[in-house]
Design a protein around this ligand. Structure first.
Ligand code: PMP
Length: 373
């Protein structure tokens, strides 16, 4: 072995774009009211926990998981209300599915396209797999921020031009969009699918909190896939997401899935929790009610511009966002600071809707931070 340091060796061996990347930063949240990661604030009810404990105790942990996960997939098909003829592919979180899709279509020169600002993993994963990424800016119109109507909407002229110019192999549209929270007009999304020569993935991570879905149109468009995750529905710790689409696509993509990507415990526990899908949806309904209350409270603060959201978080703009973010943190509340993440997100913060109590603590800490820094 040469007598050079590991860091010098890493710098010579690693691809330049990996060296240039900033790792996806997950802050230490212990001790904080955690409203930074769009998690569901509710734990599984006690009785169900007992059932889960029993299932876990009896699980064959010495065996590899069922690679086909047939019963879990059947349950997902049912609770997600997918049309007959639509198949499901499971991922270790939907992040893994984004990576799988990028790897699958990444022929030399292939392009991934999305809008900006949107979910940062689209761009990051394009970089991981060495795929060219094109981000089309959303419309920015700070003048009408409080109405939430115009800012962060799709720039259809620019998107359609980019599709013609770049002929992207893969388009991701976060529906609703993270981190802005808005649901793009369905007609615009349909127009993008129709204009696209490549695959369009409608990422419905926040489906449980939104008023629209493209699942019913899956068989209408040969280039459409719908992606969802159970992370926002109380199962972030399990890591489970899925792609829904025609067999023609999913049978091919299945070849790239690592055989045991969803472990024994996530399969067992998710299936049990999905037997109680109604309870999970009730929690989502509660979160939607609390989102409306939080929106209302934030919109009453003159120093705050809050945006309408169809997800389980709210984006808001405030002068000196980074100082306000720190003020909240000092007061024990962790949210997401987006200032600096994208020029359009200058002075923007994103708060996940928590329990009513957590939301109250957040509002109190925000008001104090606005008054006292
Ligand atoms: N898509 C979007 C739009 C997201 O916001 C997230 C998580 N923040 C994901 C996908 C990934 O979710 P997971 O990997 O937890 O399934």
């Amino acid at each position: 072995m040469p007598s050079i340091s590991a860091s010098t060796l890493a710098a010579t061996l690693l691809r330049q774009e990996i060296l240039d990347l900033h790792a996806y930063h997950v802050p230490d949240s212990s001790g904080y009211i955690k409203l930074d990661a769009m998690e569901n604030p509710y734990l599984v009810p006690d009785q169900l926990r007992g059932e889960i404990a029993q299932l876990v105790a009896g699980a064959a942990l010495n065996r590899y998981p069922d690679p086909a996960a047939a019963s879990l997939k059947a349950r997902i098909h049912e609770v997600a209300g997918l049309p007959d003829g639509v198949n499901v592919l499971l991922g270790n979180g939907s992040d893994e599915l984004i990576q799988l899709l990028a790897m699958a279509v990444n022929k030399p020169g292939a392009v991934m396209l999305s809008v900006e600002p949107s979910f940062v993993m689209y761009r990051m994963i394009a970089t991981f797999v060495g795929m060219r990424y094109v981000g089309v800016p959303l419309l920015s119109n700070p003048g009408v921020a409080n109405s939430g109507a115009e800012e962060f909407s799709l720039d259809m002229v620019a998107i359609l031009a980019a599709i013609r110019r770049e002929r992207p192999a893969l388009i991701f549209l976060s529906y609703p969009n993270n981190p802005t929270g808005n649901l793009f007009p369905a007609d615009d999304v349909a127009q993008i699918i129709e204009a696209s020569p490549g695959l369009v993935v409608v990422d419905e991570a926040y489906h449980a909190f939104a008023s629209g879905s493209f699942a019913a149109r899956l068989l209408q468009y040969p280039n459409l896939l719908v992606m969802r995750t159970f992370s926002k529905l109380g199962m972030a710790g399990l890591r489970l997401g899925f792609l829904a689409g025609s067999a023609a696509w999913l049978e091919q993509l299945e070849k790239l899935r690592l055989p045991y990507n969803v472990g024994v415990l996530p399969q067992l526990v998710a299936e049990k929790l999905l037997e109680h899908h109604g309870m999970l949806l009730q929690q989502a309904e509660q979160i939607k009610l609390d989102r409306a209350k939080l929106y209302q409270q934030l919109s009453l603060i003159p120093a705050v511009q809050v945006y309408t959201s169809e997800a389980n978080f709210l984006l808001f703009r405030v002068a000196n966002a980074t100082a306000i973010f720190s003020g909240l943190k000092q007061r024990g509340v962790l949210i997401k600071n987006l200032n600096g993440a994208h020029p359009m997100l200058k002075d923007c913060l994103r708060v996940t809707v928590g329990t009513p109590e957590e939301n109250g603590r957040f509002m109190a800490a925000l008001l104090e931070s606005l008054c006292h820094g």
